[in-house]
Design a binder for this molecule. Structure first.
Ligand code: UDP
Length: 463
């Protein structure tokens, strides 16, 4: 069937053929309507304002997902901890993965009768400028650590030490910003644990040497990946990041909701959909994804959805978004969405509508988008970097790629081998269920707390 634009094109061609002598006369361009789909379609009004916060789930709400057995094991593990309490301390109550995770973890531990309190440290702009610079330096960027920066860091840590009480049995300090609170540790009382969420594999040496003496005073440190850890004289534990299967981003959705959201964004569910969800950041290689799609598209029909965010308030993000749009050109099957940060439900629906999910990162921390895709049973293609190989066991729970061509090959392969795609999708979901769900995270905290309590009673008072 011919499209309307083909008909228009034919009409223009015929009329110019009929009047050959007037061929040089410029034919006015027909007015272009707003593109119905593809690059440039405006966002639907429904996503322009944040939705109200969703209510927190209770432990029993997870039964259908994880089964009664795991729920019982959580209750069993918490039994010996009744009457004991936990304090979590981090540097922000909203925004970022740590706050999002604590928002769920704290009520779940409390529901297990292990009362868990969450405190947020305070500081002036000077403190957060220093800690942001430390954060970047710990990730390997070059930085000149000054005496003034050290003093600002120490001064705010002291202020928070005076402000906060530490009467709990386990104190967990998240990330470097509040690491100096360890000076409030009293011998023989609480166990103190440093939970590091960032990649310390290649830190600026001076910043790390400044922080290390604090870290060494803790009873244990927790890292998110084997490769993120440092040599330390204290026990180290591995806690993977996790997703909450009941969050707006990951909960099951009725098909009608998925359909409505796809309609809003101009995504055609009757044809294969290949998606990457990620910030418009070069390390996520969105241009590489467009190139891979274009190579695959020579052989298989599909649409590409690139859903990201942050481009409006990040100059680098805006530049990357522009590069992606240029790479996409005017292909109506490439749908680029620059979403506001509250679009969890929309991302959930887009991931669920996808035939394949890609995360073609060139560098990655853990890659929560991979966890989210695997949890939705999606055949997932991802760069073999950072924490991604912990999640994707090649050809078992997804496929790993190292190049644009490799990615294109896998798009084509998965779209033409639906049985294999389905199999890796369902193994991926099982892998997430076992290792990367919030409930597994709760279990790890309970186990660690029990271990620390036991070693505290063994070492007796005084240390
Ligand atoms: N995300 C989002 N909106 C976007 C892009 C990403 O909410 O426009 C979410 C995504 O679903 C995931 C998280 O942000 O939960 C990104 O985490 P990931 O570990 O994949 O990458 P990071 O952005 O932390 O490098």
């Amino acid at each position: 069937m011919k499209s309307q634009s083909e008909d228009q094109h034919a009409a223009i061609t015929n009329s110019t053929n009929e009047s050959q002598t007037k061929a040089e006369v410029a034919v006015p361009e027909p007015a272009r309507p707003e593109p119905a789909r593809g690059n440039g379609r405006p966002l639907p009004a429904s996503v322009l304002t944040p939705p109200p916060p969703a209510p927190s789930p209770h432990l029993d709400d997870y039964r259908n997902i994880i089964g009664q057995g795991l729920l019982d094991s959580l209750r069993f593990l918490s039994r010996d901890l009744k009457g004991k309490s936990i304090k979590m301390v981090n540097s922000t109550a909203v925004g970022g993965g740590v706050a999002e995770m604590l928002n769920r973890l704290v009520p779940l531990l409390s529901e297990l009768e292990v009362p868990t309190h969450w405190d947020v440290i305070t500081g002036g702009n000077d403190f957060f400028e220093v800690t942001k610079a430390f954060h970047n330096a710990l990730h390997g960027s070059s930085y000149h650590l000054t005496r003034a920066a050290q003093e600002i860091f120490l001064m705010y840590n002291e202020q928070n030490r005076e402000r906060l009480q530490f009467g709990e049995d386990l104190v967990v300090i998240h990330d470097p910003q509040p690491v100096g609170l360890i000076r409030s540790r009293e011998k023989g009382k609480a166990s103190w644990v440093w939970r590091c969420h960032i990649d310390l594999s290649n830190p600026d040496a001076r910043v790390w040497e400044f922080l290390r003496p604090f870290v060494e005073q803790y009873d244990a440190a927790i890292f998110s990946s084997q490769s993120f850890a440092r040599q330390l004289p204290i026990p180290q534990y591995l806690f993977y990041p996790c997703i909450d299967p009941l969050s707006e981003k990951n909960k099951d959705l009725p098909d009608a909701v998925v359909q409505r959201i796809c309609d809003d964004f101009g995504i055609d569910r009757s044809r294969p959909i290949v998606t990457q969800v990620s910030r418009f950041d070069r390390l996520k290689d969105p241009v590489g994804v467009v190139q891979a799609y274009k190579l695959a598209k020579k052989y298989v029909d599909c649409q590409l959805v690139l859903a990201g965010g942050g481009a409006s308030d990040d100059p680098e993000g805006a530049a990357v978004l522009q590069e992606v749009k240029e790479a996409a050109g005017n292909d109506p099957d490439i749908i680029i969405l620059d979403l506001p940060p509250w679009c969890a439900l929309e991302i959930n629906a887009i991931q669920r509508a996808s035939t394949i999910v890609i995360q073609k990162s060139l560098k990655e921390g853990f890659g929560l988008t991979v966890t989210e895709a695997l949890w939705k049973g999606k055949p997932t293609i991802a760069g073999a970097v950072g924490g991604i190989p912990n999640q994707i066991i090649h050809k078992l729970t997804g496929v790993l790629v190292h190049s644009v061509e490799g990615c294109a090959f896998q798009i084509r392969y998965l779209l033409t081998h639906p049985d294999f795609a389905k199999r890796i999708g369902s193994s991926g979901r099982e892998h997430v269920k076992e290792n990367f769900l919030m409930t597994t995270n709760v279990k790890r905290w309970l186990l660690l707390f029990r271990i620390l309590e036991r070693s505290k009673s063994r070492r007796g008072p005084g240390r």
